[in-house]
Design a protein around this ligand. Sequence first.
Ligand code: A3P
Length: 339
Amino acid sequence: MNYMPKSFFYDEPVPNELIPKMIITGGYTSVYTEEAPLVPIVGDWKKRYCTLAESFTPILDRVHNFEVRESDVWILTSTKCGTTWAQEMTWLILNDFDFEKAKEVDLTLRSPFLEFNGVVPNVEHDTMKHAEEMDSPRLIKSHLPIPLLPKQLWTKKPKIIYVFRNPKDAAISYFHHWRGMVGYKGTKEEFMHAYMDGYVNFNPFWPHVLDFWHLREKQNIYFTSYERMKFDLRAVVSDVCQFLNKKISFDEMEKLVDHLSFDKMKVNPACNHEKEFQSIKQAAGVEVEEFSRFVRRGVVGSHKDELPHEVIEEFDEWTDDNLKDFNLTVDEIISYHKY
Ligand code: A3P
């Protein structure tokens, strides 16, 4: 059976007026999948479009057929939900707390962003090839939703860590990312509406989250949140150690929590995506506002002083609409813990 996403429809395109403001290297497309992935949840997969820049189209087959290893660990998230933070934490747990190597080698090399060559085409560094050539255990990052991820994820069943974040904070973080890294020229309000409407790369947000929420109890899945990492990083570190069958001493825990603190990560060049930043800047071909650090503000509730009141209300309504069928609240998702 062929599980390729084989249909590329254009019937839910990003509105024309938004495209010049959002552009990296071309237009946008909504990618649908026609056949259900081998994932043990029921979904109307035909409705699961994902907005991606057209530059992703040539790599989607390769991503979908990417060879997964049972020993892999995957960090899967919607954008700006604490991916980098979770990658750095997990890499150190997986690699015997090798802080020296973590500081020396850029995180994007230690833990590749699988579909990065779709985000920025024509970059020499081939992230999928890099991942293919890595020794096990590999730590791989992706923002793709379930239907577009490598199909072997659901047969090889590697360990998956999913990090959720309140979408109001994730959206404001994404806005800064697009302004600073890609040269987005629209207004904040326009961006927020595009985010809620699912018109930015890797969105819509809620189906992305809810698919993994429904899988959270599976043995190979660890579901957590940015907020839980902020409130109790030690608890998340302990959980991840348990999830990955790793031991951690008191001293290692202290050192790790310090290394992962916002202040330390903000000034850690290995964790600020500087190479990716340069590639994106070149590909965008536009002057972009200086985006000094990927690790930007790092607070829970950043939307409160960065979003107008009316937009916050719209976000809340949009969230209620998306969660009501599941009798679920954002707080429940944030506070969920597996162990
Ligand atoms: P803000 O833009 O709200 O500051 P991702 O890695 O998924 O793109 O997520 C980026 C977000 O995680 C940014 O949020 C960034 O500042 C935050 N982040 C990264 N490292 C962090 C840390 N050590 N502590 C708290 N937040 C962190």
